[in-house]
Design a protein around this ligand. Structure first.
Ligand code: NAI
Length: 241
């Protein structure tokens, strides 16, 4: 059998980079999308053999043309899509600008639509697909300063369930992974005392490693996971149960 092709958005850093590595180790051809820092993306490509493609996942047309290019380069359709790209713009709601709301909605939730829309037709035609979107523990818990982020990441879960229902008879599974606080650049920007207080609430008393999140994604992509759909797999050291 030829290798399946996987595409990971925001795949050159943090959790996305670990997902790329886990899928590569699992025998997939892997393409990673990125938005900025071409040098870092090129270095990642050289080190890992993952092909990198630059576009903004919040832009519908760029997603369509990006997917088209990846498929043309590999000569096949995308069978595994991982919607991983995400941003935060944290502010208490009484100080949150409309632009902070819109930015997080369009990257963290809008991109799930843009990217899934770009790949779903061929998945339906070929009657196989895996779509996994990265939600967050803060969709489940709520978080001060993250009304935008929590809403977008909770939206990912609703999106996942509806698309799972639509796609089930076509052998396409659609799931979400909800990481707890994970040791990446996103968390390294948090003030130290806030981070310490947050870790003290995690029964396992530590951050997740990116590879621990990637493990769940790899599990859900497997052919053997074909009866798991519409689910949210939480990986948070017991922080939310
Ligand atoms: P990260 O900042 O290293 O990764 C996010 C990636 O998305 C970056 O490579 C970034 O360049 C890319 N990206 C952002 N906007 C983009 C756009 N418009 N188009 C294309 N790419 C774009 O952070 P991390 O932690 O690896 O985050 C990965 C995912 O995991 C995100 O969706 C995040 O919300 C989620 N998450 C992270 C947690 C954490 O504690 N680090 C906890 C729960 C969820």
């Amino acid at each position: 059998m030829t290798k399946r092709l996987a595409l990971v958005t925001g795949g050159t850093t943090g959790i996305g980079a670990s997902i790329c590595m886990a899928l590569k180790a699992g025998g997939y051809d892997v393409a990673a999308n990125f938005i900025a820092d071409e040098q870092q993306a090129d270095d990642f490509a050289k080190e890992t053999g993952v092909s990198v493609y630059q576009w903004d996942v919040s832009d519908f047309d760029q997603c369509a043309s990006g997917v088209k290019k990846v498929c043309a380069d590999f000569g096949t359709n995308i069978e595994v899509l991982v919607n991983n790209a995400g941003i935060t713009c944290d502010h208490m709601l009484h100080k949150m600008a409309r632009a902070d709301w819109d930015a997080v909605m369009s990257v963290d939730l809008g991109a799930c639509f843009n990217m899934s829309r770009a790949v779903i037709g061929e998945m339906r035609d070929k009657e196989f697909g895996r779509i996994i979107s990265i939600s967050s523990i803060n969709a489940q818990l709520g978080q001060i300063g993250q009304a935008n982020y929590s809403a977008a990441k909770a939206g990912v879960i609703g999106f996942t369930k509806s698309l799972a229902r639509e796609s089930a008879t076509k052998n396409i599974t659609v799931n979400a992974v909800a990481p707890g606080y994970t040791d990446t650049a996103m968390v390294q920007t948090m003030p130290e005392e806030v981070l310490k207080a947050m870790i003290s609430q995690v029964p396992m008393g530590r951050l997740a490693r990116p590879d621990e999140i990637a493990r769940a994604v790899a599990f859900l992509t497997a052919d053997e996971s074909g009866f798991i759909t519409g689910q949210t797999l939480s990986i948070n050291g017991g922080h939310y149960m």
